[in-house]
Design a protein around this ligand. Structure first.
Ligand code: A3P
Length: 301
């Protein structure tokens, strides 16, 4: 593991990426979605792990109770574009391949996770009219969460110090590219793909029950009151933080002593990171880049 070096960002069709999300590109682009596949999409750090866990429990908790106890979340809801050799394993080294993992799923529907910007979405998801859930989170908390995440995982580029990291975010040089383009691009897609349900992390924090109700309505699910209650308890931040099947604590590529994956789970933690000057500059840049008045984020509750 010591000899493993962190990847460098490179430009991939106008989007900053790293090899572990582009290496398998042909299989990603040619991926054959099925009409009942459910895609969970987001920019990194928007609460996608939370949403994947919620969706997986809604679909399978009752019919396959062993599933959540025996399978790590990334094997229940595979990350489509991820493909990498797990550092420090082998010989032969262990590999994770997102498209292969999805294709080997036996359950139906298949739940699939992606962080791809809209222009990279494999076209079969739209052709098959799949249900898609996109979750977004305000930019300030997203960049803070991303910073701590990149500190703790050697799979991502070296984050450097906070102020240069924040600058890089504003310069749109992040893995999966520009936050501004990502959230705006997916937001626009709602107009043409009626099967797209948009969620905000902040709403999910503020009223988890209501957001689960709306999600169930979209997915055509109707859990009983007791079942919904049970799921709400299981997806609570404190529960997920100690659940080894979802908290990433056993991943060799992540050092939870540097920063836990389930870090704070709050709205407004950015206030503990941004200086007044950084906040002012960030707001200026934000105004220039975010032109759609219909897309509004909340940065505090
Ligand atoms: P913080 O770093 O701000 O704590 P993703 O899964 O898309 O990578 O997003 C990770 C972020 O979602 C982290 O944010 C993580 O703590 C938060 N998160 C995960 N599960 C959560 C939960 N049950 N409740 C609230 N936040 C959660």
């Amino acid at each position: 593991m010591d000899s493993f070096s962190r990847p460098e960002l490179f430009d991939f069709h106008g989007v900053s990426m790293i090899p572990s999300f582009t290496e398998n590109w042909e299989n990603i682009q040619n991926f054959q979605a099925r009409p009942d596949d459910v895609l969970i999409a987001s920019y990194p750090k928007a609460g996608s792990t939370w949403l994947c866990h919620i969706a997986d429990l809604l679909y399978f908790r009752q019919t396959s109770p062993e599933r959540e106890k025996s399978l790590q979340l990334h094997l229940r809801v595979p990350h489509l574009e991820a493909s990498f050799v797990v550092p420090g394993t082998g010989p032969p080294p262990k590999r994770f391949n997102g498209t292969e993992t999805v294709n080997n799923l036996k359950n139906s529907p298949r739940l699939i996770r992606t962080h791809l910007p809209i222009q990279f979405l494999p076209k079969s998801f739209l052709e098959q009219n799949c249900k898609i859930i996109y979750i977004s989170r305000n930019a300030k908390d997203s960049v803070v969460s991303y910073f701590h995440y990149e500190r703790m995982t050697i799979l991502n580029p070296e984050p450097g110090d906070w102020s240069s990291y924040l600058q890089r975010f504003m310069d749109e040089k992040m893995v999966f590219g520009s936050w501004y383009d990502h959230v705006t691009g997916w937001w626009k897609k709602k107009q043409t793909h009626s099967q797209l349900h948009h969620m905000f992390y902040e709403d999910l924090i503020e009223d988890t029950g209501l957001e689960i109700d709306k999600l169930c309505h979209f997915l055509g699910l109707s859990p009983s009151v007791e079942e919904k209650e049970r799921i709400m308890n299981q997806v609570h931040f404190e529960e997920m933080k100690t659940n080894k099947m979802v908290n990433h604590s056993s991943f060799r590529v992540m050092d939870v002593n540097i920063s836990p994956f389930m870090r704070k789970g709050k709205v407004g933690d950015w206030k503990n990171h941004f200086t007044v000057a950084q906040n002012e500059e960030f707001d200026e840049v934000y105004k220039k880049k975010m032109k759609d008045p219909t897309l509004q984020f909340c940065t505090e509750l």
